[in-house]
Design a protein around this ligand. Structure first.
Ligand SMILES: C[S@@+](CC[C@H](N)C(=O)[O-])C[C@H]1O[C@@H](n2cnc3c(N)ncnc32)[C@H](O)[C@@H]1O
Length: 170
């Protein structure tokens, strides 16, 4: 994700980091001069990210939110490194992505168009364990390309760069 963020404009942009965890992605953007909002469903993770921001002298907004439920407004760059391992139940929210492993990615894409500016960019991490067409299916408003990838143990990690389809009347 950091390799991918380095390829898109960040300075001066409004960035939303969904499922921020430690805050690493959003804080990386804040260090480059972005205005950053960090969200997570896990309050402890959010507190940790807030503390890390303070230690780095970075001002960020934090929102405790299940996906986009408490998020308002639109952003230039939206980031999500989702839990994507297939699991019969969601016991560990950091890694369990539901039966197909794509539940969280699907939920994310379902709410994305409300919060992504028409010229905006989304970076969504996907594993070779999950077929991107399975969760992008039904989202003809978006087009995507793979802008970073890295083999890792039993999978290949890919970062999808998702944008509104060009010339889409909105
Ligand atoms: C794989 S971790 C990514 C953490 C960090 N962004 C990173 O790249 O290292 C997934 C994060 O998504 C959060 N998460 C899981 N379900 C969520 C939901 N429904 N809404 C918001 N965040 C969620 C988890 O708490 C966890 O912090």
């Amino acid at each position: 994700m950091l390799d991918a963020i380095a390829k898109v404009p960040v300075e001066g942009r409004e960035v939303l980091d969904v499922g921020t965890g430690s805050g690493i992605l959003g804080l990386f953007c804040a260090m480059q001069g972005a205005t950053v909002t960090l969200t997570d469903i896990d309050e402890a993770a959010l507190q940790h990210a807030k503390k890390a921001a303070g230690l780095l002298g970075l001002g960020v907004q934090t929102i405790l939110s299940d996906m986009f439920s408490k998020v308002q407004g639109q952003f230039d760059l939206v980031l999500f490194n989702p839990p994507y391992l297939s699991s019969s139940s969601v016991d560990d929210r950091t890694v369990d992505g539901g039966r197909q492993g794509t539940e969280l990615s699907k939920q994310f894409l379902a709410g994305l168009s409300t919060h992504l500016r028409s010229s905006g960019t989304t970076l969504l991490l996907a594993s070779s364990l999950n077929d991107p067409s399975s969760f992008l299916e039904g989202h003809s408003e978006f087009q995507y390309s793979v802008i970073a990838k890295r083999p890792l143990f039993f999978e290949e990690l890919r970062v999808l760069c998702v944008r509104f389809r060009e010339n889409l009347a909105r």
